[in-house]
Design a binder for this molecule. Sequence first.
Ligand code: DP6
Length: 345
Amino acid sequence: SIYSASTTAPVNIATLKYWGKRDKVLNLPTNSSISVTLSQEDLRTLTTATTSPDFAKDQLWLNGKEESLASERTQHCLQDLRQLRRELEEKDSSLPTFSQWKLHIASENNFPTAAGLASSAAGFAALIKAIAKLYELPQSESELSKIARKGSGSACRSLFGGYVAWEMGKLEDGSDSKAVEIGSLNHWPEMKAAILVVSADKKDTPSTSGMQLTVKTSDLFQERINNVVPKRFEQMKKSILEKDFPTFAELTMKDSNSFHATCLDSYPPIFYLNDTSKKVIKLCHAINEFYNETVVAYTFDAGPNAVLYYLEQSEDKLFAFLYHLFQNVSGWESKFTKEQLSQFN
Ligand code: DP6
């Protein structure tokens, strides 16, 4: 006998950044964070989990290539899921004993891994969702997000689409550190995102070690987690609920800048933004100033690529600018074709 289940999980982009852990094993953060995911399908991981009493060992294929499941993080997730399945089997002895069988897991991204997008978040979220579906676990998305969090902190937010908060929690066992929905995808349908692939190179400092260094060495970081982010978290949630784009945009840009400032304040410093990223930042501010209204917001994760947020009704205004200027920005690679952009010329 053989059983299988498939599901997808989206890439999520933080508009209020997670940067810093208070517990490295459980991936418990030093601050709450927020992400905005505008499509379940544009950038996603599709995962199929299969189990059978005939499988000899747990195995994982990522984009067709076998990868190791040995990492402590992955093992932690598999143990938690098997434990939840075991509890079901103990209550209902007619259930097949999946908790004792090995798993075969196949994952595929619909975007190039090298694009510098946080693929581990969607990867862990899809893994947890697929196995939970296979095991017919009754746990809610928020409950499952705590397991995904142990795989990669930001993965907990990919259990939901739309507007998501990761509440940092206070407890030592992490049982209150979970993702919750602020608003669904439909809550603010005018919101749009564009990704500017500034560089497809692999990022230099992995986020796990980068944030460790920041926690250890940056003085600015203490100010960020104690006095800046707690307030900003409430303000950003409110701006999303009220669909207040100027406020949302300002908080998003400021938080990206604050996060990159703590990277620069780490010792030795960490640089994720390159010269092109900085030109994109200047360009966004120039656009907003030109129209005398908030047309666009930028945010950057642990790499040089920009994610821009804007409202559908401002798309022409934004693209008109991008079209005129992007050719002059060296290293610029837009995800839009020239034909698409030229209609705004
Ligand atoms: C800059 O979730 O990749 O993208 O918990 O160590 O796996 P680990 O880190 P990870 O860090 C993401 C950092 C970020 C900001 C964010 O997504 O909130």
